[in-house]
Design a protein around this ligand. Structure first.
Ligand code: ARG
Ligand code: ZN
Length: 877
């Protein structure tokens, strides 16, 4: 077999033929489902006449093919591994095919597959070609009529996109349902679900008075877990009306929960399919974080109805057009419904840890890539999260009103079309009158820009000079980078007053919190009328996805932590202060020098713990030390053991020095009210649980007792899981082992809770954890075929248990490679994602580098799926 080939953006051409309407009939059977397709096609006006018809198709057994009612002769068409060609077709015609597929053999979970006893689909990006022969590309948009035939007993519920139009019974205990979707859509938005499901129903009236029925379909035992998703859906529907003027456009909106799903969820028109982990919640089975995740994913998929479905992508290089914009939309929604500062802190923490790492590694790619081998590998933090940061910068650059005018223009002008990122940015430029030419580089240039900032205060003149230098490091295939247009929000905080000083730049007054535009490689900004020496607060709210360095002293950071008017930057000052201390300790550990606790960090934390608390959720974030992964991201060479030792030392040092404060905070924030995922309650739980983590870190008797009590009180999953995690990660096996056993037995029937049970155990820092990972892989609740299980056990171990995954004997790497090799056959998309930690070998010492590369080589020697092939080739390039 020849190596998989890349697809290039520069090769884009419209399809030779487009589909006007698509009629499908599914006769369901686990081993032999028959799919009949009747496609009304016509030549694309921009393409020449007489071209052959080329349809995509993979793993399809073609049974029937006819053109305008005439069966085709064998020499009139050709079938290959990747599709079907009909050599001669007229300008307008109808093509009928019938194929056979085997959903039960589909372990890749793309196309039509089985999850438990149900049938479901996942078609984005290129799954529809595993269902029938079709021009499986987003710029072909057709109306769909779908008939699903199933067993009346086993599949009483038969769903597809749009509106139900007909149902009835058939001979042999079979029945059917027909669905019509009037909105033209690309094949990636097609969906079908069949099974023994129950529904929860609600209703929503749109601003213009359309009555929409809302349904969430689940397996019977999950009927009690849909309230939060339903409430979130309704909030999202009104938010989109208010914030973007967008209404829902069908009479029915359905969500289905499935247990086997590669990603979080999918925005199929009128029939969103969700990973059950991304939709089901219950006070006793889901944590606060899970409740918030469900809210944001339900909103995300709903928002796609406009940003993705009504206006879609011309080709998959434009993926961020819908994903970056929709993530930005769901982030704003969550910020509006919860605490905006905390939402930003959480998003930026993940971003700076994981997206920065991706952008600095061998799979780095621009927000709009220009080539790929397997598009399934590009559902990345860069496309989603960096794409969202780019939209956020745009929104801040053009301003709130122009952004809304620009998005209105975009939705109106391109409704029903498949478009490009230029079309989107063009609307923003048109609505604002701004020149966004340089800004477009954000879409084509990979890598994280680094900004070096220096400042000088001139007492005599009352001037503050800020010098900024930007540079984007080389990334694979992009050795040279151009300067970007970077919006930097900033304030100058007066060291005497502790207040933001008024800003005057080039004679213009800007208020006390302003955005300056960095466009050159080096640029100077001279602020005048600066009445006292300031500490600059730079990149407020993380106004651009960059790394910004400034030679802050520890006093400066302590000052900002106490005084900055920007909540995000106050938090960031604390993180920077902790990083300075951690850097020293990492060096001390490496040099075998005795570690000494930085008293300034202790005093800063003491200040936080004793100050008047205004936002408990932000305070909880401020009291949280940078994660090991984030610390690693800041080091030139990652020393996992030194990082772990340094962080543990700081945590224990703080806990010892401030033990009584933590205990007081824990007690003060205890709450007996019945559980609700409200911002207030969540804030209280976060704060109390951070405090508890410090107490357990020093195995304080009182802290351990509180953790046990919290576990046993069984008030809600957030508290139970947190307590169980702390105990499991402590040395108190006498307490954690019985607790883990009790928890595992109690929840053996609940697959989503068992995922958590796996994750808690495989993040233990104890050196014997690898054996436990292997042992748990044999547990009856574990299955390599279920992506949630793989993520909970293997993904969590490799991604979050840094000391043990990076064991110097290479056993952690070997275990991961073994799993990747097996999953390469079963589920290539999940296999390719799982490799990520191994691709980061260049960041480690030589011994580990060699071990990691050896495992990548071992994977490379296998017969690989395109997904795994692409990642491994890049990692070893
Ligand atoms: N469009 C979906 C979402 O962002 C994700 C689909 C991912 N599909 C895939 N095969 N990777 O909501
Ligand atoms: Zn999405």
């Amino acid at each position: 077999m020849s190596d998989p080939q890349a697809t290039h953006l520069s090769d884009y051409r419209p399809p030779a033929y487009r589909v006007i309407c698509t009629e499908l009939t599914f006769d369901l059977d686990p081993a032999a489902t028959r799919v009949k397709a009747s496609l009304h096609l016509e030549r694309h006006p921009q393409r020449e006449a007489g071209l052959p018809l080329e349809l995509d198709g993979e793993g399809l057994d073609l049974k029937v093919i006819a053109l305008d009612g005439q069966p085709l002769e064998a020499d009139e068409y050709a079938v290959s591994d990747t599709g079907l060609i009909v050599h001669r077709v007229p300008e307008r015609f109808r093509l009928e095919t019938e194929v056979e597929i085997a959903p039960q053999a589909n372990t890749a979970l793309e196309g039509l597959y089985r999850s438990g006893s149900m049938y479901c689909t996942q078609c984005e990006a290129e799954g529809f070609r595993r269902i029938t022969f079709y021009p499986d590309r987003p710029d072909v948009m057709a109306t769909f009529t779908t008939t699903v035939i199933g067993d009346a007993e086993r599949e009483p519920v038969l769903l597809s996109n749009g509106n139900p139009v007909e149902r009835g019974s058939l001979p042999n205990g079979r029945h059917f349902a027909t669905w019509e979707d009037p909105h033209p859509k690309p094949s990636y938005l097609f969906a079908l679900v069949a099974g023994d499901l129950e529904k929860v129903e609600d209703a929503f009236t749109t601003a213009s008075g359309r009555e929409v029925t809302l349904q969430i379909w689940v397996e019977e035992e999950n009927l009690g877990k849909t309230d939060h998703a339903m409430a979130s859906l309704k909030r999202a529907m009104s938010w989109d009306e208010q914030a973007y003027g967008r209404e829902y456009d069908l009479d029915l909106f359905m969500i289905v929960a499935v247990n086997d799903f590669n990603m979080g969820a999918m925005e199929n028109k009128g029939l969103n399919i969700f990973n059950s982990a991304a939709v089901l919640t219950h006070v006793h089975t889901a944590t606060d974080a899970a409740f918030q995740r469900v809210e944001s994913i339900v909103a995300h998929e709903y928002f796609h109805n406009w940003s993705g479905n009504r206006v879609t992508c011309r080709d998959w290089f434009q993926l961020s057009l819908k994903e970056g914009f929709t993530v930005y939309r769901d982030q704003c929604f969550s910020a509006d419904t919860n605490s905006p500062a905390v939402k930003r802190i959480e998003d930026v923490s993940v971003f700076r840890t994981s997206q920065f790492a991706e952008d600095a590694g061998p799979t780095a790619h621009p927000v709009r890539p220009d080539h790929y081998i397997e598009i399934g590998n590009f559902y990345t933090l860069t496309i989603y999260e960096k794409g969202a940061e780019v939209v956020r910068m745009l929104a801040n650059l053009v301003g709130k009103e122009a952004f809304r005018r620009g998005s209105d223009l975009y939705f109106d002008r391109f409704d029903g079309r498949a478009v490009t990122i230029e079309d989107f940015v063009g609307c923003m430029a048109e609505a604002s009158g701004l020149d966004l030419t340089q800004f477009m580089r954000w879409y084509s240039q990979a890598g994280t820009p680094e900004i070096d900032a220096f400042g000088e205060y001139d007492y005599a003149r009352g001037e503050y000079r800020l010098m900024l230098r930007q540079r984007t490091p080389a990334t694979p295939g992009q050795p040279d980078k151009q300067p970007l247009h970077i919006p930097i929000r900033l304030g100058l905080v007066g060291t005497k007053s502790g207040r933001d000083l008024p800003l005057t730049l080039n004679g213009e007054t800007l208020g006390s919190d302003a955005v300056i535009d960095l466009r050159e490689a080096e640029q100077e900004f001279l602020f005048t009328d600066v009445s006292e020496a300031p500490v600059p607060s730079l990149l407020r709210g993380f106004s651009a996805p960059v790394k910004l360095r400034f030679p802050y002293g520890r006093e400066d950071l302590a000052f900002l932590l106490a005084n900055d008017s920007d909540g995000f930057n106050r938090w960031d000052a604390g993180q920077r202060l902790a990083m300075l201390a951690l850097d020293d300790l990492i060096a001390a550990h490496r040099n075998g020098v005795e570690k000494v606790m930085d008293t300034r960090v202790v005093e800063a934390f003491r200040g936080l713990l004793s100050a008047e608390i205004d936002d408990r959720a932000v305070l909880a974030e401020m009291l949280t030390l940078p994660s090991e992964a984030y610390i690693a991201e800041q080091q030139p060479l990652v020393d996992v053991d030194a990082i772990h030792a340094a962080r543990t030392f700081v945590k224990q040092g703080l806990a010892t020095a401030l033990r009584d404060d933590f205990l007081r905070v824990y007690r003060e924030n205890h709450c007996d009210e019945s559980y609700a995922p409200t911002p207030e309650q969540i804030a209280g739980r976060s704060l109390k649980n951070v405090a508890l983590s410090y107490l357990v870190a020093i195995e304080d008797e009182e802290g351990i007792a509180q953790a046990m009590e919290q576990f046993e009180a069984d008030h809600n999953m957030t508290d139970v899981r947190h307590a169980l995690t702390l105990l499991t990660h402590s040395s108190r096996d006498d307490l954690s082992e019985p607790a883990l056993r009790a928890f595992g037995e109690k929840w053996a029937h609940d697959t989503l809770v068992m995922d958590q049970w796996f994750s808690i155990q495989v993040t233990r820092p104890q050196p014997d954890v690898l054996d436990r990972v292997k042992f748990l892989m044999e547990h009856p609740a574990f299955s390599l075929k279920n992506p949630n299980k793989v993520r909970a056990l293997i993904g969590t171990f490799a991604g979050q248990n840094r000391v043990n995954f990076h064991r110097i004997d290479g056993e952690g790497y070997r275990l991961l490679a073994d799993v990747v090799i097996e999953l390469n056959r079963l589920n290539p998309e999940i296999a390719a994602r799982l490799i990520t930690p191994l691709t980061r070998w260049a960041r480690f010492d030589e011994t580990r580098q060699e071990l990691m590369k050896a495992e990548l080589e071992r994977i490379r020697a296998e017969k690989l799926s395109p997904n795994v092939y692409e990642v491994v080739e890049k990692a070893l390039a």
